[in-house]
Design a protein around this ligand. Structure first.
Ligand SMILES: [Fe+2]
Length: 416
C-alpha cells in the first residue's frame, strides 16, 4: 500500500530546497554565432540605424557562465501574462520501499502531444523530475526559469529551435537546454518522438573531473568538444504577439510577446544549448568490472546521468562481465533501457523503453543465472541511460500507470 501522503508537483513547489548542494559542473567552451560587435556593451546597429537590444543571459547572477545575445527587438516587451493551468501530476513516496519497473511504451500518452505539455511524470524529488514524452506535434515556445533541462531522444527525428538557433536531433541525442533558454521542439513531419525529459533544479553539465581548470575536456574524458553540436546560425523569425510558456516556482505562466523571441542576429559566450549523441560516448573498459562512474556523462544538482553503450566486456581471463549485486548507498538509481540486449536482466521482463528504479536501501543485482551465463561473453550491445539521484525519488502517476507489479519478486521468483 502506498502512503496517502502526497507531494503536489504542479507549480513545481515540491520542495524549497536550495541548489547550494550543486555538483561541480562546468560548460565554458566559448562559441560565437552570427553577428556580434567587437566590444561588448557598445553600440551595435541594425541596417536601419537603430540599436540591437543586447541581452546578457548569465548563471548565478553575474558570477558564472553567460551569453550575450543581440535582438532585433526588445526581449522584454510582453503585452500580456496569464496563468496556464496544467493537469495535476502528483508524486507519492516510494513506500513501502520497492524496486520498480515501468514500461514506458505501455503508457497511454494520447494521440496528439508535444514535448512540453505532454510530459508524463515518472519520478521526482526536490532536485530533479523525470518525465516521459511521446510527441507528435510541435511544442509551444517554452522556457524553464527554474533549472536546466536535459532531453534524451529515445527515437524519432526533430528540430529543436532555440533563441540561440536550431539543432537537428535524432535517436540517441542528449539535448542540454540551459535555464531560461526559450525553445520549442518540432518533430519531423509524420515522426513520433519518444523522449525522456530530465528537469533539474539548477545547472547540469559534464562532470568537473573531465575538464581542465579552464574548461577544456581532458584526455581521459569519454567525449570532448568535437562531440558537442551547438546551434550553427541564428534563427531570424519575424512575428508579432507570440505566446511563450514560462516555467517558474508557481507553475506555468503564458506570456504574449510583442515580437518573436527568435530574433537574435548573433550571440557569443559560454552558455548555450548543445547536443551530445550517446553514440559519441566512448566507453571506458577494463580487465575487471568497471564501476558506473566510468559511464558518467552529466552531473547536476544532487544527481548524475550515465550512458551505458556497446562495449567490450571485461577481459581478465577469470572476469565476470555481469555486474555484482550492489547497494546504492546514498542514491536512487533509474535505468532507462533503450537498445540492445540486457543480458544481466534476462528473465526480469525488461524490454526496450523499460525504466527501473532501484532505491537506496534495496540491494539489487543481476537475475539468477545470468552471472554464470555471462562468463566468456566478449561484448555487449546494450544501450541505456541512467539517472542516479542523491536523495530518494518519489513516484509519479505515469510510473504507477505503466508499472510491472511482478518486478520486485523477480530475483526470488516468489510473487507475493
Ligand atoms: Fe544498479
Amino acid at each position: 500500500m502506498l502512503s496517502e501522503q502526497c507531494v503536489p508537483i504542479i507549480g513545481r513547489d515540491v520542495d524549497a530546497r536550495s541548489t547550494d548542494e550543486r555538483q561541480e559542473v562546468a560548460m565554458s567552451h566559448y562559441r560565437a554565432v552570427g553577428d556580434v560587435p567587437h566590444k561588448r556593451h557598445t553600440q551595435f546597429r541594425r541596417p536601419d540605424g537603430g540599436l540591437y537590444a543586447e541581452e546578457l543571459m548569465g548563471q548565478e547572477g553575474f558570477s558564472s557562465e553567460s551569453a550575450l545575445l543581440y535582438h532585433r527587438h526588445l526581449p522584454t516587451a510582453i503585452v500580456s501574462a496569464a496563468a496556464y493551468e496544467e493537469s495535476s501530476q502528483v508524486l507519492q513516496p516510494n513506500y513501502p520501499l520497492l524496486p520498480r519497473h515501468v514500461r514506458s511504451h505501455k503508457l497511454d500518452t494520447g494521440l496528439t502531444a508535444d514535448a512540453v505539455t505532454g510530459r508524463h511524470l515518472l519520478f521526482g524529488n526536490g532536485d530533479v523530475l523525470l518525465s516521459y514524452v511521446v510527441a507528435t506535434g510541435p511544442s509551444p515556445l517554452y522556457r524553464n526559469g527554474i533549472g536546466d533541462e536535459l532531453v534524451y531522444v529515445e527515437s524519432g527525428n526533430a528540430v529543436v529551435e532555440t533563441v540561440f538557433g536550431a539543432m537537428t536531433v535524432s535517436s540517441g541525442d542528449y539535448v542540454v537546454l540551459p535555464t531560461s533558454t526559450t525553445y520549442r521542439v518540432v518533430p519531423e513531419m509524420g515522426e513520433v518522438l519518444r523522449l525522456l525529459v530530465v528537469e533539474a533544479r539548477g545547472h547540469l553539465g559534464p562532470p568537473a573531473r573531465y575538464l581542465s581548470k579552464r574548461g577544456q575536456f581532458l584526455e581521459h574524458a569519454p567525449f570532448c568538444e568535437r562531440d558537442l553540436r551547438g546551434p550553427g546560425e541564428p534563427l531570424l523569425v519575424e512575428d508579432e504577439d507570440v505566446e511563450v510558456l514560462v516555467r517558474h516556482g508557481q507553475g506555468l505562466t503564458k506570456y504574449v510577446y510583442a515580437h518573436h523571441p527568435f530574433d537574435v542576429v548573433g550571440w557569443d559566450g559560454g552558455q548555450y544549448p548543445y547536443v551530445l549523441s550517446i553514440h559519441d560516448f566512448e566507453p571506458i573498459t577494463g580487465r575487471v568490472h568497471q564501476p558506473p562512474t566510468v559511464h558518467q556523462t552529466f552531473a547536476g544538482p544532487n544527481f548524475v546521468v550515465c550512458s551505458f553503450v556497446p562495449r567490450v566486456f571485461d577481459y581478465h581471463p577469470q572476469a565476470i562481465p555481469t555486474p555484482y549485486n550492489h547497494a546504492n548507498v546514498d542514491s536512487d538509481e533509474v535505468l532507462f533501457y533503450v537498445g540492445g540486449d540486457f543480458m544481466s536482466r534476462k528473465g526480469a521482463g525488461i524490454e526496450h523503453g523499460s525504466l527501473t528504479l532501484h532505491p537506496s536501501g534495496f540491494t539489487h543485482g543481476p537475475q539468477p543465472g545470468s552471472v554464470e551465463a555471462s562468463i566468456g561473453k566478449a561484448s555487449t550491445d546494450e544501450l541505456a541511460v541512467m539517472v542516479d539521484t542523491f536523495r530518494p525519488l518519489d513516484i509519479g502517476p505515469a510510473a504507477f500507470e505503466a508499472e510491472d507489479d511482478d518486478y520486485p519478486w523477480t530475483w526470488s521468483g516468489r510473487r507475493q
